[in-house]
Design a protein. Structure first.
Length: 163
């Protein structure tokens, strides 16, 4: 991976990075704050791709590239999560033990190990419902997360519920 920097008198700075696949990524930062990104194939003189970014757009992209807003999970850990974690959409019936109760009042997590991460009511979705405020109603679909065993316990605890 080769990195080069060059002054562009009257324009700004040019940074070039040779990528693993041989292409060259070039960034030109203009004195005005405008940024231009070019991708050049090894043998080509003309860029195969060009992007122009404002100063604010470039900063946001920089934050994303630096991993300040999102850190990916290592593949080994992701495989473990996918084997262990289950998300299930459960339709709540009239005879369910959790109907007309707040999530905390039902003690869902304490009794089953499952966590309610959303409630779907008609066209509305309540994401990350407050367990002390959100009331589960008949006809709601609750999105629960846990292990397969947690989900099984939740369905048994819930009573009149279906997946």
């Amino acid at each position: 991976m080769a990195f080069r920097e060059a002054d562009l008198p009257g324009v700004g700075k040019k940074y070039s990075l040779t990528l693993e696949d041989g292409r060259i990524l070039t960034l030109i930062i203009h004195n005005t704050g405008k940024r231009e990104l070019y991708i050049l194939d090894e043998e080509e003189e003309e860029p195969s791709c060009v992007f122009t970014l404002s100063e604010d757009e470039a900063k946001e992209l920089g934050f994303l590239l630096a991993g300040t807003t999102y850190q990916p999970v290592a593949p080994e850990k992701m495989e473990m999560f996918m084997r262990e974690m289950v998300m299930e959409w459960v339709k709540v019936g009239n005879g369910s033990s959790i109907v007309n109760k707040k999530i905390a009042e039902s003690q869902i997590r304490k009794k089953t190990g499952a966590s309610v991460v959303a409630i779907i009511r008609g066209d509305e979705m309540i994401v990350s419902p407050d367990p002390y405020e959100a009331v589960i109603k008949s006809g709601d679909t609750v999105v629960v997360v846990g292990t397969r065993n947690h989900i099984k316990k939740f369905l048994e605890f819930c009573g009149d519920c279906s997946t």
